[in-house]
Design a protein. Structure first.
Length: 262
């Protein structure tokens, strides 16, 4: 199933089994599960209130091919801001819990331009991260990445930065916030270039802010992603990232805590 087909399925049912083709080791790709949960949460909010901030806790793996229920409720709806909670429950246990803040525009004297996008080689000059059976996650067959920053995972070369260009292999019908959520989470954890052998990593928590007014993005557009490590040790890594359009416009800001098993 394509990403858009899964979005339609999530809209039409409170229960859904994630296909194996979107898996990541024993779990479903976290960007997909967060995006599908967001899709249900957004439907509860009044029109004109864009998603400003999303906090996700990956409580446990959402297993592929096992029915999971999507639960969403509004916690508070104020004059300008709506606070919404969502949960994915599987086998009677919470596997993902998130909070999202939706807010309408406000009049303000504060106006600060975003920091400029990093310089990167064009897509045509960047090597691709291809799907390799048994090596890369299954969801790489759905999302295309071109390496522009940093060293490859499991190279042992280290480095604080990692990233490049990213898009869906099957262009979406439109480019919604749900699509952005999935693409931001697609890149490997920035800590992986520090190890020489395959180790398991998992996102523990994730905070994502989408910038508004959101730049215009068309199906098939490439986005540029760059993540840096703030600190890593004792089995955890703390990272921050940005994602931009090919024109250099800031789209979203991301912070993650990643667990490293090994």
């Amino acid at each position: 199933m394509t990403f858009d087909e899964l979005l339609r399925a999530a809209r039409g049912s409170e229960e859904l089994a994630m296909p194996e083709s979107w898996s990541q080791c024993r779990a479903t790709f976290g960007g997909l599960t967060a995006a599908l949960m967001f899709e249900r949460m957004e439907k509860l909010v009044a029109e004109g209130r864009a998603m400003r901030s999303l906090q996700v806790s990956f409580v446990g793996p959402v297993e592929p091919e096992v029915p999971a229920s999507f639960e969403a409720e509004i916690l508070r709806e104020g004059k300008a801001v709506s606070q919404v909670q969502g949960r994915i429950v599987q086998k009677g246990e919470p596997r993902l819990v998130c909070l999202a803040s939706f807010g309408g525009d406000r009049d303000s004297q504060v106006q600060v331009d975003a920091l400029p996008a990093p310089e990167a080689n064009p897509v045509s000059q960047c090597p691709g991260l291809d799907y390799i059976e048994g090596v890369t996650p299954e969801f790489i067959r759905q999302i295309e990445m071109r390496w522009a920053f940093g060293n490859l995972p499991f190279s042992g070369k280290g480095g604080r930065e990692l990233g490049g260009w990213v898009q869906f292999r099957t262009p979406p019908e439109t480019f919604s916030d749900a699509h952005i959520i999935a693409l931001v989470d697609a890149w490997p954890p920035a800590v992986l270039p520090y190890v020489k052998q395959r180790v398991r990593t998992s996102s523990l928590s994730w905070a994502l802010d989408i910038v508004h007014p959101r730049p215009v993005m068309e199906p098939g557009d490439w986005l540029l992603y760059k993540v840096s490590i703030d600190q890593a040790g004792a089995g955890y890594g703390h990272t921050q990232a940005g994602i931009w359009t090919a024109r250099g416009e800031l789209v979203a800001l991301s912070r993650q805590t990643v667990t490293v098993f090994g």
